[in-house]
Design a protein around this ligand. Structure first.
Ligand SMILES: Cc1cc2nc3c(=O)[nH]c(=O)nc-3n(C[C@H](O)[C@H](O)[C@H](O)COP(=O)(O)OP(=O)(O)OC[C@H]3O[C@@H](n4cnc5c(N)ncnc54)[C@H](O)[C@@H]3O)c2cc1C
Length: 386
């Protein structure tokens, strides 16, 4: 189909990737976000090869490689500093045909904004409802203004308003039982190998660093905690207490991080949805599938959605509703699998069944990388771009 107008609600990584893909398809695109200034939530993100392939396909291959970190190895270390396994990611890259890139979220957002055109994103535009007729869909904003198009795409994240229109009811988020702290620090060999994704594990919690562009590490910590525990005022003291007795680089990381630029997030997900689409309205990204970050795939799936949605519109002439149904058919099972696998992995990592977590540690101590690489590449190769 040609000559479509697409209205995208949300200028996160999913909404911007959708906007770029739609423009590539030759469609008129308008993007709206509720914020006054676009600042990505979170510090870094690992873009696995399936996500990078979508960027390549949208003409952003050089740009993504420039902001990506040199993650060439993967290293698991126990809490007292003994290496459990350390292996090259070269077999993964060979199997899937593309390097994965950890990136800073600010760099990623800027790259996507520059590619789409910053001036084309309408800010301070909070969508409060969506309506549709047989021949158009309309987003309604807090100030009463309305914007119509052939399609409205809900890329408005895990608290999506558009999702309620698609499903006809509100959705409950589920606390995954653990807290994540994340930020950026200057890369430093005393903290970790500058070319490896390093993960310290023990006591059902983790401390991790991965290299992003600009000679920095994206770091995270995670730990199971009751939902109601209030965060103490001193973030470094909180981490020092949770990671007391862990290896020296972990202590150094806690000392070197900037507490004011470190995020503390209670991790949630949402049960797989029964629908992604209603008539002329489609959900993409976290609006359609909110996963725990334990596979590092949420954003990558948003990129896959963007590509498949644009392609579904381009490759049919039976009408918008038909194209959106095809999109839903291609994406629902794939993303449901990611949500459920991520949940299972979150439980394994965070001691839901302590015997299972111990078994994972034991397996890591005997792993040569093949099984881990097999699992990651299997998930990547199920994506739309082989
Ligand atoms: C700790 C953590 C680590 C993660 N690590 C990874 C990783 O390594 N790899 C990976 O691929 N994924 C990762 N993810 C998941 C990833 O962050 C999300 O899947 C991704 O950000 C989803 O993008 P999105 O565009 O769908 O939503 P968002 O990034 O949430 O963007 C939604 C946008 O919509 C706007 N918006 C919301 N409501 C409205 C409204 N009513 N009207 C207008 N605008 C609105 C918001 O302001 C925002 O700009 C991680 C997540 C977490 C929490």
């Amino acid at each position: 189909m040609d000559n479509l107008k697409v209205v995208v609600i949300g200028a996160g990584m999913g909404g911007l990737a959708t906007a770029i893909a739609m423009r590539h398809a030759g469609y008129e695109v308008e993007v709206y976000d509720r914020v006054q200034e676009l600042k990505p939530a979170g510090a870094g993100i690992s873009l696995w090869s399936n996500g990078v392939k979508v960027m390549n396909r949208l003409g952003l291959g050089k740009e993504i490689a420039q902001i990506g970190g040199p993650m060439n190895r993967m290293t698991y270390i126990n809490k007292v500093g003994e290496t459990l396994t350390d292996f090259s990611l070269a077999p993964l890259i060979e199997a899937v045909g593309q390097h994965p890139y950890p990136v800073s979220r600010t760099d990623l957002q800027q790259m996507l904004l520059t590619a789409f055109g910053e001036e084309d994103v309408h800010l301070s535009s909070k969508c409060v409802a969506v309506e549709q007729t047989e021949d158009k869909a309309t987003a309604i904003f807090e100030d009463g203004s309305r914007v119509s198009g052939d399609i409205v795409v809900g890329a408005d994240g895990t608290h999506s308003v558009v999702r309620e229109h698609v499903l006809g009811h509100a959705t409950q988020r589920r606390y995954a039982g653990y807290v994540n702290w994340n930020g950026l620090v200057e890369a430093d060999k005393k903290l970790a190998d500058k070319e490896s994704w390093v993960i310290y594990v023990g006591d059902s919690q983790r401390a991790s660093m991965m290299p992003v562009g600009g000679d920095r590490f994206y770091f995270f910590f995670d730990k199971p905690l009751d939902y109601d525990i209030e965060p103490p005022a001193d973030l470094q003291a909180e981490l020092a207490e949770h990671f007391e007795g862990w290896a020296e680089p972990v202590q150094r990381l806690i000392a070197q991080l900037d507490p004011d630029a470190t995020n503390r997030v209670k991790i949630h997900d949402i049960d797989p949805l029964s629908a992604f689409v209603k008539g002329r309205v489609a959900l993409i990204g976290d609006a359609g599938h909110s996963a725990t970050p334990d596979l590092g795939q949420g954003g990558c799936q948003a990129f896959e959605d963007a590509w498949v949605l644009a392609n579904s519109l381009l490759t049919t002439n039976l009408g918008v509703a038909d194209a959106l149904k095809r999109y839903e058919g291609l994406r629902r099972d794939r993303t449901a699998e990611v949500v459920l696998k991520a949940r299972k992995r979150a439980d394994m990592i965070h001691g839901k069944d302590p015997d299972r977590t111990q078994e994972w540690y034991d397996n890591l101590a005997n792993a040569d990388g093949d099984t881990i690489i097999g699992a990651i590449s299997g998930l990547i190769l199920q994506g739309p771009l082989k």
